[in-house]
Write a protein that binds this ligand. Structure first.
Ligand code: UT7
Length: 308
């Protein structure tokens, strides 16, 4: 993982909008987030990618594919993966997937397809976000939630990716991030600002239902009980979402990894960053069964079961 060094506290935000540390901690569970000052989304992504390559002990020339997840790329084109390829000095194909906060799990599914067809041996997957570029810093309902960061993993073909579930309920009424409106002299329709708009309560309900449903699907299909799972690694959007999902699914909350207090909601980067923290803290043992679970814009949700 990589996060930019600048830490922004809740008190820092209360100087910008009508909010306070107590509300943000109690309603969302965030104390601080990292915010980029000069680094681009591609810089964050490439730094996380280099860390992943170092820890895998391979160089960029050995990659067969680079897949990136983001909703906050620096450009529409070239996509983020192209810019990561350039910074790493790799030569392999590279492209992005946009599925908002669930996108890292879409990358795993896509990579599994390449491995199954024998089309790749080593794939770099990266979730990277500079959410600070796409939040409306005058909207207290969203600007206090998000943070910047990137997480990456080097994947190899194997039998550790056991099962997955992906769901999309397409529509723009709950969460949307409009593109720049453009300046067409012929356009006579809506012109929206290119910032996140979110109905928090609707998203909250969707998130709890989606997580519980996906976890139970994976449990039922694979004959598992909570005792079989070492960790559930959820998208870090709100500690109350994770708490509600734990309560409703009957799985002890200690099995749900949480780092939202320090990092905020980093969209597609949150799951790979959580995995890196778990791994570096020595909390993962080879053979552990993990469930990764995410939800967000689309609306989309996804989960997968894997053996570490
Ligand atoms: O990762 C992408 C997916 N996104 C999510 O999963 C987000 C899911 N939703 C949430 O996490 C929560 O809905 C929020 C954190 C966004 C909002 O929390 P909430 O408990 O649902 O608050 P609310 O929107 O119901 O607002 C409650 C009150 C309102 O005031 P009134 O109308 O009761 O007087 C808001 O205006 O809290 C007020 N409020 C704030 N107050 C202080 C909203 N934002 C803030 C704020 N500081 N930052």
């Amino acid at each position: 993982m990589y996060v930019p060094p600048r830490i922004v506290t809740n008190d820092d935000l209360s100087a910008l909008v009508d909010t306070n540390d107590e509300w943000i901690r109690r309603r969302v569970g965030i104390a601080q987030r990292h915010i980029a000052v000069t680094e681009t989304t591609a810089d964050l992504a490439a730094k996380a990618a280099r860390n992943a390559l170092d820890s895998a002990g391979i160089d960029a020339a050995s990659l067969d594919m680079i897949l990136c997840a983001t909703v906050s790329a620096d450009y529409v084109s070239p996509n983020l993966a192209c810019m990561v390829q350039k910074q790493l000095g790799a030569l392999c194909p590279a492209y992005d997937i946009n599925a908002a906060c669930s996108a890292f799990l879409f990358l795993l599914e896509t990579a599994a397809g390449y491995f199954a067809r024998g089309k790749a041996k080593t794939i770099l997957v990266v979730g990277a976000e500079r959410m600070s570029r796409i939040v409306d810093w005058s909207d207290r309902g969203t600007c206090v939630i998000f943070g910047d960061g990137a997480g990456a993993a080097v994947l190899g073909a194997g039998d550790g990716y056991l099962d997955s579930v992906i769901t999309v309920r397409g529509g723009d009424s709950v969460i949307k991030i409009p593109h720049h409106a453009g300046k067409s002299p012929f356009w006579d329709g809506n012109c929206e600002e290119p910032y996140i708009q979110m109905n928090g309560q609707e998203t909250f309900k969707y998130a709890v239902n989606a997580m519980c449903g996906d976890i139970h699907t994976l449990f039922d299909r694979n004959g598992l009980t909570p005792d079989d799972i070492a960790w559930i690694v959820p998208h870090q959007a709100n500690y109350r979402i994770i708490e509600s999902a734990a309560k409703r699914s009957g799985i002890p909350q200690e099995k749900f990894y949480m780092n939202i207090e320090r990092l905020g909601n980093t969209s597609s980067a949150s799951i790979p960053m959580a995995l890196d923290e778990l791994s570096r803290a020595g909390k993962l043992t080879r053979g552990d069964k993990l469930i990764l679970t995410a939800f967000g814009g689309g609306l989309a949700n996804a989960a997968c079961l894997l053996t570490w």
